[in-house]
Write a protein that binds this ligand. Sequence first.
Ligand code: 6LW
Length: 509
Amino acid sequence: MTTYQNPILPGFHPDPSICRVGEDFYLVTSSFEYFPGIPVFHSRDLIHWEQIGHCLTRNSQVHLVTGAPNCLNIYAPTIRWHDGLFYVIVTCVTGDNHGNFIVTAKDPAGPWSEPIPLPFPGIDPSLFFDADGTVYYTGTDDGIYLCAVNPETGEAIGERHRIWQGTGANNPEGPHLYRINGMYYLLLAQGGTELCHMAAIARSESVYGPYTSCPHNPVLTNIGHNLPIKAAGHADLVEDTNGNWWAVCLGIRPLAYPFRHNLGRETMLVPVRWEDGWPFFGEDGAVLPQFTTDAALPTEIPEGYAPGSAVTDTFSGEALHPSWNYCYNPVPGLVEQKDGTLRLLGNAAALSEDAPKAWLGRRQEHFCCTAEADLEFLPEADGEEAGLSIYMNPGHHYEIVRTRQNGQPCVLLRRRIGSLCAAEHVIPCADARMTLRLTCSREWYQFSFAAQSAPETFVSVGGGEAGYLTTEAGGCFTGNYIALFASGNGKPMKNAAVFHRFAYLPGAE
Ligand code: 6LW
């Protein structure tokens, strides 16, 4: 028997899709305005995962747009493998279009190809490779539809066909097709990605239908269960090497009542069993925070970086640690890792502007955790700043800020919740080097710092409620990031803020 905990990918890892090649499982999640885009994970036991790369690592592959933070750009992807090639199909949602495209790779760690554009509208694309060689696109555009496609060229083949639309709940989306024991199965999400989220399944002898709804739909939901995981849905099925079936799906873990979540939609793993040609997910269709199953695969701990693990980064080597993301496509010169440091040269964009800026963040993956950053920075002009932020989006973030006011170098707390912004607890400090600390709990984000002249003495600058940096209070489809930032606040900085070390330390949940 094996016992495992959910989420298997903590923090902002929504809309998971999974495939298996031999004994190896690969999983991708949506990434919205963060770059690189579409993180790729690998596992051999479905429980322990390592991040092996990203699909979108070049500006030529995607141009991430501003305008609606946490709501646009890279939506739900699907990963499939066929005939030696990995395919990821995804939507880039910009203000004026929903551009669906495919990228391919022989090695899922990358590099991935340039996008193959598709002529299909809507979101949540998926690919199904049928036994007769036909490849089908399924997607969501005011309902679920299917069309044959050439995945090498992106050309549609024949007409689009609306197929099963779920059980009548709102927002049928996230469709995936499978052929199991001679039947076609269509799994989809419905109810919307909030507390009414669920998954439903139907089957047919023809890929075009008619589809028969599963008698116990919704097959996956946490509605009606008093569980710490809610909003379960957007699932993808996979069979392991022992013939056992599993589903990955998204779920949220609210801080407390009323249900507000700050870690984003996370990836969950659910055991699935089949009876009379129908799947039974989880425990009575629910995603539990812990499952005990004799179906689990032998434990294999991968060597690579695992979401949810402690990280200490001293910025050595050429490449950034895989946990780091830029906000939008990186702008040359704003963020640079060199000579064992991370240098942030603020442009004119303030932290609260929806614009590319000197910002580098990593997901908050635990309710209780600590982040520390060793900063060397003596602002030369009033308004120049650098610091450590808990950041949902430009309108919702708290940070400890090293800056200069009226010619006086200082450290202060700043909190922005929508149109409310306060800078307070200004503490004069002439030290060029200091350690900034963020301590996260379910209730509170607390900031402090220790100047180099008194490295053991952490001075509090205060903090803010965790409940106001949640999706329900001011976010959309993403979760909180812990970010390093610098800004000239209206004009480019002359000298970079230099970070020498960053540490992310999970606490007791
Ligand atoms: C995803 C879709 C959804 O594409 O949210 O609310 C989108 N439902 O399935 C972004 O996660």
